[in-house]
Design a protein around this ligand. Sequence first.
Ligand code: FAD
Ligand code: NAP
Length: 569
Amino acid sequence: MANRDNAGASATPAERKMPPMVDVMVIGAGFAGLYAHYKFREIKFTTFGFEAAPEIGGTWFWNRYPGARCDVESLDYTYSFSPELLDEWRWSERFATQPEILRYANHVADRFELRREIAFDTRVTSATYDEAANQWTIETNRGDTVRCRYLVTAVGCLSLPKPPEIAGIEDYQGRWVQTAAWPREPVDYAGKRVAVIGTGSSGVQSIPLLAEQAVQLTVFQRTPNYSVPAHNGAVDPEYEAQVRADYAEHCRQRLRTKGGVPPRINTGLPAMEVTEEERRAKFEEAWKFGTFTLQSVFRDITSNPEANAAVAAFVHGKIRGVVKNPAIAEKLIPKGYPFGTKRLCLDTGYYATFNRDNVELVDIRATPIERITRTGIKTNEREYPVDLIVFATGFDAMTGPLLALNIRGVGGKSLNDAWKDGPFSYLGLTIAGFPNLFTINGPSSPSVLANMLPAIEHHVDWIVDCISHMESNGFDRVEADEDAQNAWANEVAEIAAETLYPQSNSWYIGANVPGKPRVFMAYIGGFDRYIDRCDEIVGNNYAGFSFSVSGANGAGGLTDGFEAMQEQQ
Ligand code: FAD
Ligand code: NAP
């Protein structure tokens, strides 16, 4: 299994030429971290970054499981900040594979020389605000200490995999892997007896491919998920030409949409206002088209129980149509929660995989797993001997990677205390009591509910603008006001309550992690509306933020040591 701490290299901090002090520390080198380095360099700020992985890429470095690919169309899962970059990169498939997306990230890093100020194989273990100096001190698992004026977390929403939670794993003599930390060297599953635990997006993408090579594949399903066919293939040349005719404008339009992707089939109507035939025809059209259109083809699918039930019944019918064995089809049909309120999956041949003779589905709500044994997985009904166990069990999403940073703000208050009842943040960008700390795609922003590339760009641009505003007005400290933060939390919760989302036990609400507070963690009012709210707040003289002059000495500027180091490079 890939080691997520990778502390293998042995150089000391001095040998590693850590800068003692920079303007901005960026934690994480996925798409968010890379763009943050680019933008801060543009305004001539010094940056340094730590990344736990040995390479850039974030999600696309770690999730190398068979079948891993984006489910936002490649042409939209693309940075927009550079017209030249838009022009020169060509995607080969409608939904690019993990290796191709990782190549794209590397292309961006090469093109803009973004690796220079990043230390890899290094995990941040604490971040502490020093009020007297108005600086943050960052420490790592390799003994580094770096101070900075501004701390930017780019640690991802889906970057902390849940550990295997099933008793007996330490006794297991076979091999086990996690989709979210899939090894870099090939995993040999051909001709093996393979078990997959988990049927979210990662399970749904990997199961068809594992089934093709395994001698026997046993899928352990706790909750069936809704999945729609991706209809992947080469990028449609006609559509690509249309997008490329004015790619920059296409990208601007993403910002005016609810999900960060210009909708391709969208009636804009409430589902129950059309006849049953019309509704069904639109569902068919959306099903044939793929992507998340089934969720947005009518405007009230995730808010009106009747509309939701109509689309759910449509998908149930599709599953029954594909899966030949009616008993297996019934097990695969999601029930008891509204369509789309657990994240929708996009698949290639998922349901049909259960027609194969070498595939077995185990409903672990009916026959719970008791433990993992030396040789396999034991439910309360029988034991399944397996050679390889694949945990596709998901992440401690959104808050997990932030809490793992052991952040301490004003008065030594820990973020873990501040968030013991759930995450509180102003706009998902800043947190009261934690000055000069910015969170890219933090909880209570649209983040995982939007196409994340434009969401990242919006957040990084906002942060850079905010800091530029401070500096040009002579301030060196910014903090969210507690009242504004509480009002934002209420706004986020009220919008969520208008939808059906809180009715399901999803990771959006923390339900997948035992003991996690149940709070709907993302802003669900739409990416467009969120951007408007951010603009309104900035236009209102950054309402809800306090800017001040800390009076601390030595804030800002580079140390001679770092200047010397930069010259050497
Ligand atoms: P990440 O890519 O998660 O990068 C965060 C980085 O921070 C990681 O490299 C991690 O190692 C590092 N890090 C975390 N903690 C520390 C620490 N303490 N010290 C040092 N480094 C640390 N989104 C979409 O919009 N469309 C999609 O199609 C899509 N598909 C996805 C498929 C998969 C399999 C997964 C898991 C997620 C997918 N997402 C998708 C969400 C995806 O996470 C984002 O699109 C995007 O890649 C996030 O980029 P990021 O830089 O914010 O975070
Ligand atoms: P996930 O959606 O959280 O799915 C995890 C699965 O494991 C669920 O079926 C869950 O069941 C099950 N599970 C969790 N803990 C378990 C346990 N202790 N015992 C048995 N079963 C357990 O995780 P994911 O599939 O990795 O996806 C996470 C998110 O990443 C996605 O929602 C999406 O945002 C992103 N992603 C996107 C793509 C893509 O297509 N581009 C691919 C992968 C991931 P319950 O539902 O009962 O909790």
